[in-house]
Design a protein around this ligand. Structure first.
Ligand SMILES: [Zn+2]
Length: 323
């Protein structure tokens, strides 16, 4: 049986009306024709949506198979898990996404079929001038007011918004109302859930000429009305000078690395998702034997131990892992 090694997966592309071309033009992904490439799912184990190992002796295996049959080696201290609890994506918002909210674990467990809640975080990779993020309610907007504005199709009035800069990280615990604005390209770490309640879709119609479904009642039920204006996270220093902590919550930790030369990663009996934002880096044990470039993602299984990263240039990468 092949030892677990740093795993690259085939990206899964999602096309939605708000997507664009930047998954190719900025992140060099091999998308097809069409100007509606919205998401690249890099690491996912959620029902039928399965990451497939791209290279090496485990090529062709799904992430669910690794979780099921190689869980101890994959997760280390976090074994066992029924499925891979995190989902990593890149999103290209050529148009603004719907105003939406996600349930928490307790609320999502009541669904049929049950799902995980969805706490998520974004890191901005590219921002057209004037691009906006909507996140959290303005102060003083309680449930009756939000409900009234949702019914009128003017929920935008209730939302805090700001113009993000490249590098900003926005943390959105389940229950936070949010919308990713037109012009933004982001990396997203989230719980492996696909439960989204749309409160408003900007009066758009889908490819079939009809408006996409809204989920107003479900959405109003799960909004955290105490979640006021959301500002970008303030990165925190860690005991390693090349690593900043962007998010630490009970679902995941998200760190940003700036490195050049050689640095060890992993080796702490848990698995890590690494995604390159700038530059390119060799990952020891990577079956592709070529540098991991901008917009590419690799999973370090716990059993791979400490893995060396090497680069001659300045590299920025994100590291997501279970707390
Ligand atoms: Zn969301």
């Amino acid at each position: 049986m092949a030892e677990l090694y740093p795993l690259r997966f085939r990206p899964i592309f999602r096309r939605y009306l708000w997507g664009g071309r930047r998954l190719h033009t900025v992140l060099a992904k091999s998308i097809g024709d069409g100007d509606d490439y919205a998401e690249s799912w890099e690491v996912v184990d959620h029902g039928e949506d399965q990451s497939i190992v791209a290279v090496g002796p485990l090529g062709g295996k799904t992430l669910q198979e690794l979780v099921r049959y190689r869980g101890a080696e994959l997760f280390g201290r976090h074994h066992p898990q029924p499925s891979f609890p995190l989902l990593w994506k890149f999103l290209d918002a050529n148009q603004t996404l719907s105003v939406q909210v996600h349930p928490n674990d307790r609320q999502a467990a009541q669904l049929d079929p049950p799902d995980l809640g969805k706490t998520e975080a974004w890191v901005v990779l590219d921002a057209a001038p004037g691009s906006l993020i909507y996140a959290g309610l303005k102060r003083g907007f309680d449930r009756p007011v939000v409900e009234r504005e949702v019914m009128r199709g003017t929920v935008e009035l209730c939302l805090h918004r700001f113009q993000p800069a490249v590098g900003d990280c926005v943390f959105l615990p389940a229950g936070t109302v949010h919308a990713l604005g037109a012009g933004l390209l982001v990396a997203e770490i989230q719980q492996a859930s696909d439960t989204t309640y749309r409160l408003f879709d900007w009066n758009r119609v889908g490819a079939d000429g009809r408006p996409r479904a809204l989920h107003v009642q479900q959405g109003l039920e799960v909004i955290d009305y105490g979640r006021g204006p959301v500002q970008p996270q303030t990165p925190q220093a860690t005991d390693q000078p090349h690593i900043q902590r962007l998010v630490e919550c009970d679902k995941f930790v998200l760190d940003r690395w700036q490195l050049s030369g050689s640095q060890p990663a992993g080796g702490d009996h848990r698995c890590h998702i690494l995604a390159v934002l700038e530059g390119a880096v060799y990952v020891d044990g990577d079956a592709a034997k070529e540098p991991l470039g901008r917009g590419q993602t690799i999973l370090l299984p716990a059993a791979a131990g400490e893995v060396r990263l090497e680069s001659r240039q300045q590299v920025t990468l994100l590291d997501a892992y279970l707390p």
